[in-house]
Design a binder for this molecule. Structure first.
Ligand code: AMP
Ligand code: ZN
Length: 136
């Protein structure tokens, strides 16, 4: 746990939360500022600021928790779809610097804003990007 990290405190039960699911390594809670009905956050109980700091084993398990909890949300709330969103860094909209995944149930015509305006991938940009990005 990291001092002064609110999600460490919530994940480990020091601060009460509306818990949808809990196991030894994760807690899933209702978001206090939901984008839609049932908006849920998956929090690992150990601190990692973001995806890049998350241990591989925790990352593997996190997607399985997302699958399980997401299914329960969609079925339990009669949702029509589900967005899985995960922000890294302030520029990407991350406001709490403890890794978390958003599960946002979607309902036909709910107007929830999980979207962007599509741009255009030029040949020049494509070549530059493919030349610069090296995956280990
Ligand atoms: P992000 O912008 O990806 O860092 O998301 C942070 C999310 O945490 C936002 O959707 C907030 O509404 C939510 N949030 C912040 N504090 C709390 C809290 N104490 N309990 C539940 N959700 C919270
Ligand atoms: Zn933390």
């Amino acid at each position: 746990m990291e001092d002064n990290c609110i999600f460490c405190k919530i994940a480990n039960g020091e601060i009460p939360s509306a818990t949808v699911y809990e196991d030894a390594e994760f807690r899933a809670i209702l978001d206090l500022g939901p984008a839609s009905k049932g908006h849920t956050l998956i929090l690992p109980k150990t601190h990692a600021a973001n995806l890049f700091e998350l241990p591989e084993e925790t990352a593997r398990k996190a997607i399985l928790v997302a699958k399980k909890v997401g299914k329960a949300l969609v079925e339990g709330l009669d949702a029509d779809g589900l967005n899985v969103v995960q922000n890294n860094g302030a520029a990407a909209g991350q406001t709490v610097m403890h890794f978390h995944m958003h599960l946002i149930p979607r309902y036909d015509s709910d107007g929830a804003g999980v979207t962007w305006t599509p741009g255009n991938l030029s040949d020049e940009a494509k070549e530059e990007i493919l030349g610069r990005v090296k995956v280990d």
